[in-house]
Every structure is written in C-alpha cells, then in structure tokens.
Design a binder for this molecule. Structure first.
Ligand code: SF4
Length: 464
C-alpha cells in the first residue's frame, strides 16, 4: 500500500520527536506560518496529490518554510459537522510517517522533517500520498479524497486566511447552545496516545482544549463511529452546576483515566480542574500572591508573571495530569459565558497577553475590559498589583476579605498556647508556590526544589 513511499508508515512512529540536531527543515511553527484544513466538498478529484511551492529537494538544511495541508473529501454519508473531527486526525496520521513530526492543530501546526527521511528520498508528495491512503483506511465513509500541500509563502498566506474563516464559522456554531440545553456531553480520548490518562470533556460551553473540536463536531463523530475515540456521556446528576461537576462525567473520567482522576470541575481551576493533555491553546494559572488567575496562550513568546514562559508552564501541567491551580483551555472557551464561572470568570483574571485579550475582548464583560493588564502594562506580580489597584479590579475585594480574615486569626492567636508546637490548618484548595526551596540532606548534600508547589493539610510550627 505504501510501496512508493521511501520511509515506513506505521502507528509505531507516532511518538517520534525530531530534535533540531536531527532536523532537515522546519515547516510552519512559531517562526513561520501554517494551517491545516479538511473540507467536505462535491466534485473532489479522487487521488489528486499536489505540492504547491518548493519541495524538500529545493530546500536547504535548517530552512524554515510556511506550510499548509488542505484535504478535500467527498462521500454520501459525510457531513460538514465531521470536518473538525476528521481534521484533528491529521496530527496523528502525519506522525505515522517515519521522519515527519507534526505538533498541534489548526493554524498552530509545527512540523519537522528529519535528515534520515530526506536521505531516504522522502518528499512532501509522499506525505500527501500517505495521508490520502491513511484517511481512506481510517474513514471508510470517505469515497474521494484530494490532498494539497502548500510551501509557497503567498499561497500559505491566502490558505491561512481561508482556513481561519472556516474555523471561525465552526466556532460560532458552538455558541448556539449552552450546557443546560443538552442531556449529553462528549468524551474524547484521541490524545491518549501521548497522554494516556487524559480525557477531554466537551460540552456546548467548553469546547475541547485543543480548540479544534466542539460539541456539534463530537455529536457527528459519535454518530458516525459509536465505538471510536469520541463518545457520549449522559450528564447524570448535576453535583454542582456552578463548578460544572456531573456524576456521569466523574464516572467516565475515572474509567478512562485508569483511575488516576475521578472528579472534574469543568468550569474551575481549583480543586479538581479539567486535566490537560498537551495540545491546549492556552493555560489558566493561579497567581496565589494576588488570589487571581492569569491566562497565557501558545502564541505568547515572553515570560508570564510567574517568571516562566508558556512552554515551561505547559510542561508542568500536561500529560493528562490534574494539577490544581492550572488548566488547559481553548480560546473559544474564553468566549463562553461560563468561562471559569466558579472562580469568578473574567472578574478573577488579572493578567493575559495583549493579542489574546484583543481576540476575546468583545466576549469580556465591558466593566472588566480596562481592568486586566497585559504584558504591555505589567510583567511582574508587583506591577500587576499596582495596575489592578489603580483600576479597581474586583479581585481586590477578595484580597481585602482574606486580609481581614487573617487579621482576625492573628488576633485570636495573639497569646499562643504554652505548648511545644502549634498546628495550623491550611486552605486545601490553594497551593503555595515556592520558586526555590532547599533543605539539607545526609552526607553534606543539599536538595534544591525549583518552582515547587506545596500542598499541606496542616502546618506545624515548633518552638525551639
Ligand atoms: S485535545 Fe481533547 S478533544 Fe482535542 S483531540 Fe485531544 S483529547 Fe480530543
């Protein structure tokens, strides 16, 4: 089937990483532009393969090129609503090709070709051909398929514009419903190949954290392939509507995370936040010093106010982990009225990158629009504090409230009991961030923890 393709094509290459030392060229990614799109069309020319722009043989070692993958499909049972889900499989199927690495989705794709693949005679036309074969195999309802790859800058620019327009139309559709309007949510396990305990919960208000799949897409996918990676979850009992906790969602996550997670709050970063695989468009992170939440997206290249960039933060909370105080999310979720509603929504957000803020501005409550600083106004906790104080951010009320409470506690503790040690209960939902913590160990060795997060049910202070 893959006889004309000079490299192996198999699911066993899915986890292959191509580091810069072994990279021939990079396609799309943070230093260039790119997109991928699947469209259901009439009159598709079956088997058509095209590469518009330079082939690998015309590129030089270390080059970075714009890159686009446009797949057109036709079939009697194919619906427009399946486009998003089929498109999401591009990531997985590209990675079946030995020597080709594909990361992310939509207009965030980032690909690399290895030196070995080039030496074996691999070209982009072989990638297109592999995709054509694999998609036909994976989706028997595809009767005709054509694959076009773009590497020419002008062509990628116009393809990107068209693809973004399609994404916007799909996303707008997901705003037609809200969580209360439906009896079923959906689970997606597509990312378990690299995050084995991760399950996305897709609801009308919470578009999948990769941003590529909404509730309507899931409905179409589950109908097409009921035994596939996207499946229905009857909501069951509403345990907490504000936090977004449902009995059957908890059961589903316990079953599909192999028991590593058994509770999820769909609309909160605290206690039991939604788990994060690695494809999220953005991360919400708790800033304990100001009791507020920051959001950073994949496109932001600078450091967050926690002193680490998106990539480092993503590393800390991805892989299917449930890390309290962090949750991966899609930009579309930030357009939902239920966006982190249990935490106060935008009333709790105290920092976000400018470009991201602009893209969701019209969905933010009007009174919050000038109260949330971006990297242009604040890059550190102290600068955020100054900004939110000047702009009367509502999170100040929370800070005042907790200061009043701790003063009350201080008064109560003015006369400490005459005991050898004093115990304090901590607030279980709030982690203490320790940028650097060291402790002596045996043999004159010192152990240093960097960026440690400490959870303690009890703190015991001993008198010497
Ligand atoms: S991020 Fe979630 S919805 Fe998107 S493909 Fe992965 S598991 Fe599915």
């Amino acid at each position: 089937m893959f006889e004309d393709i000079p490299v192996d094509v198999s699911p066993m290459y899915e986890g292959e990483r191509i580091r810069s030392a072994n990279m021939f060229v990079e396609l799309a990614g943070p230093k260039s532009i790119g997109a991928e799109l699947v469209q259901v069309e009439d009159n598709v020319e079956d088997g058509k393969i095209q590469v518009i722009g330079p082939e690998l043989t015309q590129m030089k070692q270390g080059d970075i090129f714009p890159f686009g993958i446009n797949i057109q499909i036709q079939g009697e049972k194919l619906e427009k609503e399946l486009e998003g889900v089929i498109e999401r499989r591009i990531h997985e199927l590209c990675n079946y090709v030995k020597g080709f690495m594909h990361l992310n989705q939509r207009d965030q794709i980032w690909c690399r070709v290895s030196n070995e693949a080039l030496e074996a005679g691999f070209k982009l036309e072989h990638l297109a051909k592999s995709l054509s074969i694999l998609f036909r195999e994976e989706f028997p309802i595809i009767e005709k398929i054509s694959v076009t790859i773009f590497t020419n800058k002008e062509e990628v620019e116009s393809f990107l514009e068209m693809a973004r327009d399609q994404y916007t139309q799909r996303d707008a559709r997901s705003r037609e419903l809200s969580d209360e309007d439906v009896d079923v949510f959906y689970g997606c396990l597509m990312c378990q190949s690299f995050a084995p305990s991760h399950m996305c919960v897709v609801t009308p208000d919470r578009t999948a954290l990769c941003g590529a799949i909404n509730w309507f897409d899931c409905r179409a996918a589950a109908k097409m392939d009921p035994d596939g990676p996207i499946f229905e979850i009857e909501k069951g009992d509403v345990i907490d509507a504000e936090k977004g906790e449902y009995s059957n969602v908890n059961e589903a996550i316990a079953e599909h995370s192999q028991g590593t997670t058994d509770r999820v709050y769909i609309h909160s970063v605290f206690e039991y936040p939604h788990t994060s695989c690695g494809c999220f468009e953005a991360v919400a992170f708790y800033i304990p010093e100001l009791d507020g939440i920051g959001i950073v997206d994949r496109d932001f290249r600078g450091e967050t106010p926690l002193g680490i960039p998106f990539s480092a933060m993503a590393g800390q909370c991805s892989g299917g982990k449930q890390v309290e105080g962090f949750t991966g999310l899609s930009l579309e979720y930030m357009r939902s009225p239920k966006f982190l509603q249990a935490d106060g929504g935008y009333g709790r957000v105290i920092w976000m990158p400018k470009a991201m803020k602009d893209s969701v501005m019209e969905f933010m409550p009007e009174e919050m629009r000038d109260k949330i600083p971006t990297e242009e106004e604040a890059t550190s906790i102290n600068e955020i504090k100054d900004f939110i104080t000047q702009h009367q951010h509502p999170v100040l009320d929370l800070i005042k409230q907790s200061e009043t409470e701790s003063k009350k506690e201080d008064i109560e503790k003015e006369t400490p009991p005459e005991t050898e040690e004093t115990e304090y209960e901590t607030i279980p939902s709030i982690p203490v961030m320790a940028p650097e913590l060291s402790m002596p160990a045996a043999g004159g060795v010192k152990i240093i923890f960097k960026n440690a997060k400490i959870y303690a049910e009890k703190v015991i202070i001993k008198r010497k």
